[in-house]
Design a protein around this ligand. Structure first.
Ligand SMILES: [Zn+2]
Length: 161
């Protein structure tokens, strides 16, 4: 494969591309079929060469990528931009609840003799982590990054070794 940065190529069945799912393997056309397959994660893709689109064929989730000549771009949902407002709302969603819990525990600390004295020290970080996980899940969903498939491909590779 040519590693030149400025080299652009179109999506065709005669070429080899890096896999948009595992980002480890390479996808190439399956002989006698208008489809691509990855040599690492074994996923199968169908392509729309006119629109330079690649669609995962063996998945329930409608994952689609557009080839920009050098890289795969996850297809954004039409007519919806992630603006600064969403990032601020996301940060507030992650930061405000643990702050409330933490400030509450700081202003009204439990008695050291209380059997649940440790509770605020666990609950505050747990609140933070749970809200962060919700936000990350939304980001992953929005950008269509197939986390589970990626992890599956990595584990598969470790097992094969
Ligand atoms: Zn792959």
């Amino acid at each position: 494969m040519t590693s030149s940065k400025n080299f652009k190529k179109n999506l065709t069945y005669s070429d080899v591309y890096n896999c948009p799912v595992c980002r480890h393997g390479e996808i190439s056309a399956i002989p006698l079929m208008e489809a691509f397959a990855c040599n690492f994660c074994r996923h199968i893709f169908t392509a729309n060469l006119e629109k330079q689109l690649l669609k995962m064929a063996d998945s329930q989730i409608p994952l689609t990528w557009r080839w920009d000549g050098q890289n795969w771009r996850g297809m954004q949902r039409q007519g919806f931009e992630v603006g600064w407002f969403y990032w601020i709302a996301g940060m507030a969603f992650v930061m405000i609840p643990p702050t409330i819990v933490g400030v509450g525990a700081y202003l009204f600390p439990p008695l050291p003799s209380d059997p649940l004295f440790w509770f605020p020290f666990v609950w505050t970080p747990l609140t933070f982590l749970c809200h962060l996980a919700c936000l990350l899940w939304l980001v992953v969903e929005y950008y269509q990054f197939p986390v589970l498939m990626y992890l599956g491909a990595i584990t598969q590779r470790l097992w094969i070794r």
